[in-house]
Each structure stands twice: as C-alpha cells, then as structure tokens.
Design a binder for this molecule. Sequence first.
Ligand code: NAD
Length: 261
Amino acid sequence: MGFMKGKKILITGIANRYSIAFGIAKAMHAQNATLALTYHLDKVKERVFSLAKELGISIVFPCDVSSDESIKNLFVNISKKWRKFDGFVHAIAFSPKKQMSGDYVNNITRSDFSRVHDISSYSFVGMAKECRSMLKKNSSLLTLSYIGSKQAIPNYNIMGVAKASLESNVRYMANSMGIDSIRVNAISSAPIKTVSSCGIKNFRKMSKFSKIITPYSHPVTIHDIGNTAAFLCSNLSKGITGQTIYVDGGFNITAMNRLNP
Ligand code: NAD
C-alpha cells in the first residue's frame, strides 16, 4: 500500500544517483507516491531520464531556478500532467567554488552573495509562489539544509549564510501557507558525498570530523534522508510545519560526545 499512496510530488535536484534528491525519490517511490522530476542542465538530462525510468517516473521537465521564466514554464508543463498536486522537494543549492574555501570575509563579493542566496534560498519561495494555486489541501513542501546555517563551519562560508536564510524562509512560508493547509519544512542533513558537497574544500576532513563527534554511529545515507522526506511529505507528519528536522545522527546536539580515558 505505502503511506504516500495517492500523493503527487515534484522532486527537484537530481544530478545523479548519489544526489540526496534521488534518495528521496526512491523512498517516496517505495511508499507508492506518484512522482515528477526536474533536471537543471542539458548535460544531465539523459541521466535524469534514465533514473526516472528506473523508478517508473514518466514526468520529467527542465528547470533552472535562477530564472522566473523557467520556474513558470515548469509549472505550465506540470499543469498539463497534473491539475493539482501535493507538494515539492527543493534539493537545490549553488555556490561558485571559490566561495567554498578560505576566508569568508576576504573572499566575499556582492555578486556571489546575491547569486548564492538567489539560487539556494529565494528559489524555494519562488517555486512555492508560482505553484501555490495548484497545491492541494494537506500539501507539503520540503527543502534541504545543513548545520552550517547556525554554526560557523570551515569553508562552508557563504552557503551557511544562505542556509540560514533558507531556514528562515521555511518559517515564513509555513506561516503564510498554513492557512491553505500547506506545510513547509526543512531537513538538515549530515554531510554526504555528492557533486555539491565535493565542491567544499576539505569536505572529506569535514565528514571525518562529523563522524567522530556524532553520537549515533550509523552513517547517515541518502536513504535515511529519503525516508524522513517521505514522512514529512505524507499525512503522517500532519502537525509538523516551519521546522528544520535534523537527520544527522545527533551531530547538532553535541560539542563533545566522549572523552578518551
Ligand atoms: P547534488 O549536487 O546532487 O544536488 C544539487 C542539485 O542542485 C543538482 O541537481 C543541481 O543541478 C541543482 N541546481 C544547482 N543550481 C540549480 C539551478 N540554477 N536550477 C536548478 N537546479 C540547480 O548535491 P546534494 O548534496 O544532493 O544537494 C541537495 C541539497 O542538499 C542542497 O540544497 C544541499 O545544500 C543540501 N545538503 C547537502 C548535504 C551534503 O552533505 N551532501 C548536507 C546538507 C544539505
């Protein structure tokens, strides 16, 4: 049967099978959701279509969230397939590589600051605004964040500031859309090796350090994120909105998990 049976969910942000968004698509598929996907660039089009095929997904459209026109076209295309739907997953972030290393203050520029915020935070509410009238009652919107929104993490720099904006976006969107019975949440994920995370300087060192101080020893995978995402986009999580839910093995609650004798 599956606890997402009858739910139609749009998933953005699949670049390849290691993407968190693909873990989410698999988990939602396992719970019998009907899914649509987007891809960003033509160079990943074929790959995303083939991943869609693996999950029996027939609706796949392009979308570049840095363009209002592209977001509009996406929902015009979706409306030809689905009159109404039950939510979307925003698994999108972008920063120029040079901002993901070194000294935050020395490296920052006005144009990089706006571009990173535009793609990594604004686009979530931009998409919601465009499709609001197509969302059914009890819809759920979901985005992906990281603890760097709250605590300074080496090399995460500008993306940490954009994730803080994104999490605030979640609260304001939840406050705005609750009246239409639409919920909005974020998952704050543990570090997972993907195309995006590999752009952060010393990402391997960062994950190694996280593992050392994470209370729960099981490493978080895209399947774990996927299962929480499926729960948050299902009616099982009615009552949860405006939240950032940590799926990080408890990393966020500790500064020091154990001391060697
Ligand atoms: P990923 O590289 O697989 O996915 C990022 C996606 O963003 C890609 O599919 C890319 O095409 C898309 N994208 C970038 N610019 C876009 C644009 N202008 N229009 C449309 N799509 C665009 O990496 P991921 O790690 O799966 O990232 C998914 C989300 O999870 C991101 O928001 C990321 O910040 C977040 N996150 C990742 C980690 C991690 O460790 N991997 C941890 C916490 C949060």
